[in-house]
Design a protein around this ligand. Structure first.
Ligand SMILES: *Cc1c(COP(=O)(O)O)cnc(C)c1O
Length: 311
């Protein structure tokens, strides 16, 4: 189902990253939802591709296609020390025979043993460059990018988290797959790219609810910007629930951990604490508070791997 290498004699392209699409959608019996007359579906986007799970495939595949079409042989991108996006980019590079460079936030990491996530990146051939936080913050500025070009030669740039117009349009397919299947769709948000595409693909009949996993309150503006860049306008069918990030990226709370443990016990699915557990915890809380009218069908998107390091 998932060929590991590009086929000989053919220009490698995203077709060699053959995904499982549409991703599986199945009903889950959960008494907290049943009590409120709400039907719960799980959209298993984590099963889209073993090395580029979930939204990472949906966002990267169109970017890789564009890069290959432009004759690019090197991808450069940015991420934190546990970034799923960096790992997915490294894997795409290995599968397609492209060089990859990962600019990692945190200069001090250069002197430490690599964590398992970054080890995976280097095992896939990614060259890692560690940068201090203030330069990392300026990574989108032309002079910073020019400096990287001087240092590494020509490359195609994929933004942090992989979110740009191409990525957002790729995520619209996730929404299209759910059209007519759900009234409300819940998704965990980092950069907002997945939410931006999902909402557009869903169409006006359904609502998307985003659960930010970072603190900061910037995500509404960012999602709007991404929708405008990708589709020329903001769609009116999404909102954010900002109460469930536990204080920031990769932060947890005893309540979140208890929720995740209980969810695993109930449903046999080990959810990651960085993204999916925060969304499911938020969604379950909303249902318990009576936020949805009886008869509502809610789909929760499992955006990424169900176990292992998050980011
Ligand atoms: C990257 C990631 C997200 C965040 O996606 P955005 O498009 O950046 O909002 C959500 N869930 C998982 C599992 C991820 O790896």
């Amino acid at each position: 189902m998932h060929p590991i290498e590009s086929e000989p004699g053919r220009a490698p392209g995203p077709e060699t990253l053959r995904p499982l699409l549409p991703s599986p959608l199945h009903a889950l019996t959960d008494d907290r939802f049943a009590r409120r007359g709400v039907r719960l579906l799980l959209k298993r986007d984590d099963l889209v591709h073993p090395d580029l799970p979930g939204n990472k495939w949906r966002k990267l595949a169109p970017n890789v296609r564009a890069a290959v079409d432009r004759g690019c042989t090197t991808l450069l991108t940015f991420g934190g020390a546990y970034s799923n996006h960096l790992r997915a980019t490294a894997a795409a590079g290995r599968l397609l025979g492209l060089s990859t460079i990962g600019v990692v936030r945190g200069h001090e990491l250069a002197d430490r043993p690599l964590n398992p996530s970054l080890r995976r990146c280097t095992a896939d051939g990614m060259r890692l460059v560690f940068t201090d936080r203030s330069s990392y913050r300026r990574k989108a500025e032309p002079e910073v990018i020019e400096g990287l070009r001087e240092r590494f030669g020509d490359f195609c740039l994929v933004p942090e988290g992989g979110s740009n117009a191409l990525a957002v349009r790729g995520c619209a397919d996730l929404g299209r797959e759910l059209r007519g299947r759900a009234d409300v769709v819940a998704v965990a948000c980092g950069t907002g790219g997945t939410l931006a595409g999902l909402a557009a693909g869903l169409g006006p009949e359904a609502q998307a609810v985003g659960f930010p996993v970072l603190k900061g309150g910037f995500l509404g503006r960012e999602t709007e910007r991404l929708q405008t860049e990708a589709f020329g306008r903001r769609t009116g069918n999404w909102r954010l629930e900002d109460r469930f990030h536990c204080g920031g990226y990769a932060r947890t709370s005893p309540e979140l951990e208890a929720f995740a443990g209980d969810f695993t016990e109930r449903h046999g699915l080990a959810v990651d604490l960085v993204y999916v557990a925060k969304m499911l915890h938020g969604l379950t809380t909303l249902v318990t508070e009576g936020a949805f009218t009886p008869g509502t069908t809610v789909a929760a998107v499992v955006t990424g791997p169900v176990a292992g390091a998050g980011g």
